[in-house]
Design a binder for this molecule. Structure first.
Ligand code: OGA
Ligand code: NI
Length: 373
C-alpha cells in the first residue's frame, strides 16, 4: 500500500506533460529531481527490487569464450563452447576478441562526450521516426511506452558505413572519427562469430551464406543510464529480446544488465576488456529454436551513470529470415514462419514491443502451443 501512495503524482508533476519526458532522463536529472515522476514507475511485478534479495543465487557467471584460439588447431573447442553457451544461456562473454583497447576507449569517450553535450545540441538528433538513420531518444520505444524507462539513447546506423557517416552527429567534433573504427572492428568480429555459430549448428558457412551477412544490417545503440534517485521503482530497460541475429555489447564497469536464466534474473558482471554476445530473434529463427533469444533487462542505481554500446547485427534487409533447411526434420518440425526485416520494422512502429512478443508472432501455430505447454 505504501508503494501505491508513493506513486501518486504530486502537484509539480501534474504540471509536467509528456514533452518533458521526451527530453530524456539526463535532461530530467539536470532539472534536479529527488523523486522519480510516476511516468517512470513500473508496476510492482515488473520492478527489479523484488528479487534483489536473492542476489546471492545470481552470482553464477556467464560462459567466457576466449577467441584467441579461433584460428588455431583448437578451433573445434572454441566452436563447441560457443554452441554450448548459445544453447544453455543465449549469452556469453568473449575475450581476446581482437578489437584494440584504444579503439574501444576512443569510441566510449566520444559517446560519453555526446551525452555530456547540452540538451539543445543533442536534441538536433532527436526523432520519433524508427527508420531515421541516426536518432537520439529516450526510454525504449518512446512513442508507444506507457511507462518510461530510465534510459537515453543514441542510435547510429552503421551500414553501409560511407553512406551513413555523413548522418552521424557532427558534435562532439571527432565523434565520427572515433566511432568509425569501432564500427568496422565490431562488424569483423560479428562475421567471425557468425561463422563460428553456423559451424556449431552444423551449417556450413559457405561463401553464399556468409554473403548475406556481409551485406547485413548493423545498428549501434549507445545507451546512457543516469543515476536514478529511486532505482528500485524503475528499470533502465524492461525485459526484451534483441531482434537481430547477434548483439555484441560493450558495457562499462558499472553493473546493470541482467538476463533471465532458469527462471531468475542473473546479473552480468562487467569483465574488463570483454564484450557480451547474445542470441537475437533472427538467430532463434534460423536455428529453428535450437538457440533462443533470451529476455534481458537493465537495472539502474542511485550512485553512478552507466553507459553501454550495443551493436545489433543481422542479415540484409532484403533477406528472408527462415529456419535453415538442415535443421528441419521429422523430429524437429519447422517452428517459425518466413520473416522479412520489414515485418519487424512494421511491428515496431505499430505496437509496443514487449518481452519476446515479436518472435512469438513468427511462430508456427503448433510450435506456439508447444512453447506455452
Ligand atoms: C540493448 C540492451 C543492455 C545494456 O541495447 O538491447 O539490452 O546493458 N542493452 O545496456
Ligand atoms: Ni537488448
Amino acid at each position: 500500500m505504501a508503494m501505491e501512495i508513493a506513486v501518486v503524482p504530486d502537484e509539480k508533476e501534474k504540471l509536467m506533460d509528456n514533452s518533458l519526458y521526451l527530453r530524456g532522463v539526463a535532461h530530467l536529472c539536470g532539472t534536479g529531481v529527488a523523486r522519480i515522476p510516476s511516468k517512470y514507475v513500473f508496476p510492482p511485478s515488473d520492478r527489479s527490487a523484488g528479487d534483489q534479495g536473492g542476489a546471492h543465487s545470481h552470482q553464477l557467471g556467464l560462459p567466457i569464450v576466449d577467441l584467441s584460439d579461433l584460428h588455431t588447431p583448437n578451433r573445434a573447442t572454441v566452436i563447441s563452447l560457443v554452441g554450448k553457451a548459445c544453447q544453455e544461456f543465449g549469452f556469453f562473454q568473449v575475450i581476446n576478441h581482437g578489437i584494440p583497447k584504444e579503439t574501444i576507449r576512443d569510441m566510449t569517450d566520444a559517446c560519453q562526450r555526446f551525452f555530456d553535450l547540452p540538451f539543445e545540441e543533442r536534441s538536433r538528433y532527436m526523432s520519433a521516426d524508427v527508420r531515421a538513420p541516426v536518432r537520439c531518444g529516450t526510454s525504449f520505444n518512446e512513442t508507444k511506452d506507457k511507462v518510461f524507462s530510465w534510459r537515453d539513447f543514441l542510435k547510429l546506423t552503421c551500414h553501409p558505413l560511407p553512406q551513413m557517416l555523413p548522418h552521424w552527429p557532427s558534435t562532439p567534433a571527432n565523434l565520427r572519427d572515433k566511432v568509425r573504427p569501432y564500427a568496422v572492428h565490431v562488424r569483423e568480429l560479428f562475421l567471425e562469430l557468425v561463422a563460428a555459430i553456423l559451424e556449431s549448428l552444423g551449417l556450413v558457412s559457405e561463401e553464399e551464406v556468409m554473403k548475406e551477412f556481409k551485406d547485413g544490417t548493423q545498428l549501434m545503440a549507445v545507451n546512457y543510464y543516469p543515476p536514478c534517485p529511486e532505482p528500485e521503482l524503475t528499470l533502465g530497460m524492461p525485459p526484451h529480446s534483441d531482434f537481430g541475429f547477434l548483439t555484441l555489447l560493450h558495457q562499462d564497469a558499472v553493473e546493470g544488465l541482467q538476463i533471465q536464466h532458469e527462471g531468475s534474473w542473473l546479473a552480468v558482471k562487467p569483465l574488463e576488456g570483454s564484450l557480451v554476445v547474445n542470441v537475437g530473434d533472427h538467430l532463434e529463427i534460423v536455428s529453428n529454436g535450437k538457440y533462443r533469444s533470451i529476455l534481458h533487462r537493465v537495472v539502474v542505481n542511485s550512485r553512478l551513470p552507466r553507459m553501454s554500446v550495443a551493436s545489433i547485427h543481422s542479415l540484409a534487409p532484403s533477406a528472408v529470415v527462415r529456419p535453415a533447411a538442415p535443421l528441419i526434420d521429422a523430429a524437429n518440425p519447422r517452428r517459425y514462419i518466413d520473416t522479412y526485416f520489414s515485418d519487424f520494422v512494421n511491428y515496431l512502429s505499430t505496437r509496443e514491443v514487449k518481452g519476446k512478443n515479436f518472435v512469438q508472432s513468427r511462430m508456427v501455430v503448433g510450435a506456439q502451443d508447444e512453447e506455452r505447454a
